[in-house]
Design a protein around this ligand. Structure first.
Ligand code: GDP
Ligand code: MG
Length: 197
């Protein structure tokens, strides 16, 4: 992972998903600590930060989105999913319920994300006593063909491998260059506009 100033070849939107308290924001802090560019909190209650990843002479700008806790109320807005190229689904290795809830998150992805979105899974908190049988996790991931990693954000375990897994998911994506926002007038008399992203 190299830090490069503004220039990039491809912009990749990555969304982090999963129940509250499984370590999503901790992961973002950990990742952003390496090549932190900026953090942004919008009025929509979404945090994101950017990392630059250079490989084979191509520079990827990874725009990583984290919720600001809305998952607690099952109220993640659909724009969170819009345009995402990769979803990182997290579960908590010490909490069986978070494993069961994977199905809910996969359904949300199916409902709101692009059909060709890539998905990978991180099983966090491996430093704690396991609440899920490891083989059960492996069988599930294989059955739904999700690439996955066991990690511990707290102990910094396998964090570097996350970049490799992200890269393996995004490297072949045909991604259009970032578009400019377009403003169009909806109605001449009524001076409202809408913003097309
Ligand atoms: P989020 O709600 O999914 O964003 O979860 P947070 O990042 O806020 O983390 C919830 C709690 O889990 C916090 O107390 C973290 O310190 C803790 N936590 C995060 N990652 C780990 C981990 O790998 N191991 C342990 N033991 N605790 C963790
Ligand atoms: Mg959080």
């Amino acid at each position: 992972m190299n830090y490069i100033d503004q220039d990039y070849d491809k912009l990749i939107k990555i969304i982090i998903l999963g129940d509250s308290c499984i370590g999503k924001s901790s992961l973002c802090n950990s990742l952003s600590g390496i090549n932190f560019q900026h953090s942004y909190v919008s009025t929509l209650g979404v945090d994101f930060f950017c990392l630059y990843y250079k490989n084979n002479s191509k520079t990827f700008k990874l725009q990583i989105w984290d919720t600001a806790g809305q998952e607690r109320f099952n109220s993640i807005i659909s724009s969170y999913f819009r345009g995402a190229h990769l979803a990182i689904l997290m579960i908590d290795n010490s909490n069986y319920k978070s494993f069961i809830r994977m199905n809910y998150w996969l359904k949300q992805i199916d409902n709101y994300a692009k059909k060709d979105i890539k998905i990978m899974c991180l099983i966090n908190k491996t430093d704690l006593e396991a609440g899920i049988d490891r083989q059960e996790i492996i069988d599930k991931m294989n059955s739904i063909k999700l690439p996955f990693l066991f990690i511990s954000v707290k102990e910094n375990k396998n964090i570097n491998s996350i970049y490799d897994l992200i890269y393996s998911q995004i490297k072949d994506l045909p991604i259009e260059e970032p578009k400019k926002d377009k403003i169009i007038k909806v109605n001449k008399n009524d001076k409202k506009c809408c913003l097309i992203m």
